[in-house]
Design a protein. Structure first.
Length: 387
């Protein structure tokens, strides 16, 4: 007798003897009749008994409500987790399935469940911008300021960090606190938003009157991070709201120094337009031009030269920007600076002389001609000339 001609009772007995979900699925798929007898009931029961109700997490991730209801009717574990500690509710919130979140909560899912990193469903929904899920979780009583211990990042910090303006707005409407900082870097939502370049979020937070002078654990303010990361739009917004561009970050560098050091031409330009000092010095007495030369940011160097920056400013090590260009071997910048300097400092000439002795022939000819010109004006290199 063929398999398809067996009585239903025998087919059910065969199903009960199968030992894997794959075997059960293949057996059910052998014919429409067999599948109709049990549909996926054996699979569900097997998964619940031997698979830790993993199917419930899978359907929660995919957003399928009917299979979830079927699994729960058969006794699936509503709080089953994977190796990361993700429950079905966390999966549904993570992937933005509002209907699944609602269903799981109606069935008794733990609202404030956490994974191995301390993330709650609300934190995942906020961090990924699922506004409708965030609203639903809040309506069900989720803690607005619950953070992800040990990192200490609240839902509004996550939303601000990832640039979800609509979620930030919703959380603020519900009373989220903007003065809370994370435990790792001690950054407020506006500092995170500025660092990540999320201009819309920054504007929204500024409307709430956040403190722009507050720094993180290193003393870096929102303007400082925007300048460091090169977010020109955010820098403009912060300056319009009165952010202090003269404040030395951590007691060392102002925003314009950081922007020059990182090569952010647009940010340097905006800061200079607002009145930043192009000859501002850091703790080493190093000016923006010197940093731009050292890091070979040619566009920033040209911009600063347009502002008539003093080319002879020396730092604590007595190096001028020209000296740094020579010592770092930035030939293009050496040429550019030599065109701007009539008689450089003795230290710069010494550096030029040192590089002259090591340079390729074409550069040696160029530097030699320049050195002969300036030395004829009475500048000496301790009695040594390169020709």
């Amino acid at each position: 007798m063929s398999l398809l001609n067996l009585p239903n009772e025998v087919l059910l007995l065969i199903i009960e003897t199968l030992s894997s979900q794959k075997d059960i699925l293949y057996f059910l798929m052998t014919s429409h009749r067999i599948y109709h007898i049990q549909q996926v009931d054996p699979l569900y029961k097997f998964n619940i008994k031997f698979g830790g109700s993993s199917s419930l997490r899978w359907y929660s991730r995919k957003g399928y409500t009917l299979p979830i209801e079927a699994l729960l009717k058969r006794g699936a574990d509503l709080e089953c987790t994977n190796e990361r500690g993700w429950t079905p509710l966390i999966y549904a919130a993570l992937y933005g399935h509002e209907d699944v979140v609602r269903l799981l909560l109606e069935k008794g899912a733990v609202l404030e469940c956490t994974d191995e990193r301390g993330h709650t469903p609300l934190i995942y929904a906020a961090s990924l911008g699922h506004k409708d899920v965030v609203r639903l979780l809040l309506e069900e009583g989720a803690d607005l300021d619950n953070d992800d211990h040990p990192y200490g990042r609240t839902p509004v910090i996550w939303a601000a960090m990832n640039g979800h303006e609509n979620v930030v707005g919703l959380l603020l409407e519900k009373g989220a606190r903007l003065d809370l900082v994370d435990n790792e870097y001690h950054r407020t939502p506006v500092i995170w938003a500025a660092k990540k370049g999320n201009e819309g979020v920054v504007r929204l937070l500024l409307e709430r009157g956040v403190d722009l002078s507050h720094g993180d654990g290193q003393g870096y303010t929102p303007l400082a991070w925007a300048a460091i990361e090169g977010h020109e739009g955010v820098v403009r917004v912060l300056l319009e709201k009165g952010a202090d561009f003269k404040n030395k970050i951590g007691g060392s560098c102002t925003p314009v120094l950081w922007a020059a050091k990182r090569g952010h031409e647009g940010v340097v330009r905006v800061l200079l337009e607002k009145g930043a000092d192009p000859e501002e010095k850091d703790s080493l007495d190093r000016v923006p031009l010197a940093w731009a030369v050292m890091k070979e940011h040619k566009n920033v160097v040209r911009l600063l030269l347009e502002k008539d920056t003093d080319l002879e400013t020396e730092e604590k090590f007595s190096y001028t920007p020209l000296a740094w260009a020579v010592l770092e071997g930035h030939e293009g910048l050496v040429r550019l600076l030599l065109e701007k300097v009539l008689i450089p400092s003795t230290e710069a000439l010494t550096a030029v002389h040192q590089w002259y002795m090591l340079s390729q022939q074409d550069m040696r000819v160029y530097l030699g001609c320049y050195l002969r010109t300036v030395l004829s004006c009475g500048v000496y290199l301790n009695g040594v000339t390169p020709y």
